[in-house]
Ligand binder design. Sequence first.
Ligand SMILES: Cc1ncc(COP(=O)(O)O)c(C=O)c1O
Length: 477
Amino acid sequence: MATSPFCTLGRRVDECARSDSGSTRAPSCRSPVPRRRSQCCRPGSGIAATRLGTLTTPPLDLFPLSARIEQGELTIGGVPATELAGEHGTPLVVYCEHTIREQARAYRTAAPEALVVYGTKAFPNVQIVRLLHEEGFGADVSTQGELELALRAGVPGDRLVVHGNNKSDNELQAAAGAGALVVLDAPDEVERAAAAGVRGVLVRVTAGIEADTHEAVRTGYHGSKFGLPPDDAVEVIAAGREAGLDVLGLHVHIGSQLVDTTASRMAVEWLAAFAADCRRRLDWTPSVVDLGGGLGVRHVDTDAAPTIEDFVIELRRRFQEAWAGHELPPPALILEPGRSIVGRAGVTIYRVGVVKRASEAVTYLSIDGGASDNPRPQLYGAQYTALLANRASEEAGCAYAVTGKHCEEEVLIRRVLLPSARRGDLLAVPATGAYTLAMGSNYNVVPLPAAVLVAAGVARVIRRRQAVEDLLAWDVE
Ligand SMILES: Cc1ncc(COP(=O)(O)O)c(C=O)c1O
C-alpha cells in the first residue's frame, strides 16, 4: 500500500491502471527501473505532467444513476458541475436523489417483509434520513446525536434501532423516551437499560466470522469490541428477561464494505445454529433478527460488488433455509444498510489549484479539500478515481497523484489519468457519498464542505458549508 503507485517500467499504462486500482498490484510496478517518458504540457504553463498517452475516463457506472456527460461536462441530476460549483462553491458533495431512492427501493423490493433501517453513520443528514423515511425506511443510530438527528427527520421510535458499544445512561434514557429498539452490547447494559425504561431489546452476538474487509470495519470476529461472545450473549438474554426487558431477538453485523456474500451467508447459518442453542438452553427463540448492514460499493472500475438485489435475495434465501433447517419459527427481519444507500449517490467536486511536478515519477494535482472531507484513503488505503468535470470529453493522457491541502503527505488518489489539468478545473470524485463527510474533520482549521441534493435540474443545500468563523468560535480568546 505504501509503495509508489507509479509504474516505473515501460508497461502499457492501461495495464498499470488496472493493477494500481485493483486490490492486487502487479509486482513489476514496484520496480525501481526508471521509465522513459515524454512530457504532457499545458500550453504555456510550463508545468509538466507525466504523459502516458492513453484514453481512460472513469466509467459513469461509478457515478450516480443520473450522471451524464453533456457537451463535454459532467451533469448530475440534470445540473452541470460548473453550475453546482459556481453556485455552491467547492469542495461540494453532490448527492443524487434518484440514486438514493432507487437504492432504497431495491432493498424494499428484495426484502419486502423486512424493516430496513438506514445506517445513519454513513452520512448523517436530516434531509436524507427524511427522504429514506418517505421510502419506508427507519434509522439505525449509534449515538445520542444520531438519535436526535433521526427524530428531527421524523423517524418514529418504532423504526429506530439504537446501537453503541458504550451507551451512556443518557443515551439509554433517550432511546427509551423515543420508544426505540435497543441493541444490548454489554452485560452491564441489562440493568441500566431496564432502569432507563427501555422495553424492547435485541442482543448483539459475535459470530466469530472474519469478513474479508479492512480490519477497521470488521466486526464479527471473536475478540471484536462489538457484541457479546455466544455464551455471554446467552447470559444477557436470560438476565434481560429476568430484569423485565422484552428480549425480542438477536443482532449480528460482521463488517462493512463487503464485496461478496460469503461471510454474510456464514453469519446467518451460524446465527440459526445459535438461535437453536438458545432454544435448548433458555427455552427462548428470537422473534426478531437483525442482520446488520455491510454491502460494499465500487470505488474504481476494477472493483466488484454484488447488486443490492443479488446480495439481499441471496442472504434472505440462506436465512430462511437456515431457520427452517433448525425448525425455528420465522422471525421478523431487520436490515441496516448504510454505504450501499448513499455511497454511489455522492460525488465530491473539488477545484484544482496547484499542479506541480515533484519528481520524474510524480506530478501532484492539488485540490481545495482532501483528508478533512474524505479521510478514507488515509484510514483504510481506500482507492478512488476521478474525472475533470468541466472537460469530461477530453483526452485523458496525463497521470496525476491527487493531493489535498492539508499538512500531511495525504494522497486522495494515488494515480489517475486526466486531460492536462489547469488551475480552476473541477475534479469530480465518484462514490464519495458514504463515510466521507461523516468522518470528516477540521484539521488545519479547514471548514467542512457543503452538501447538496440534486434532482430534476435543481440542487438544494442539505448541509451548509462551514466557515472559518464557525471553527474559530470554539476557541476561548
Ligand atoms: C451495527 C451496524 N449496522 C449497520 C452498519 C452500516 O453498515 P454499512 O454502511 O456497511 O451498510 C454499521 C456500520 O458499520 C454497523 O456498525
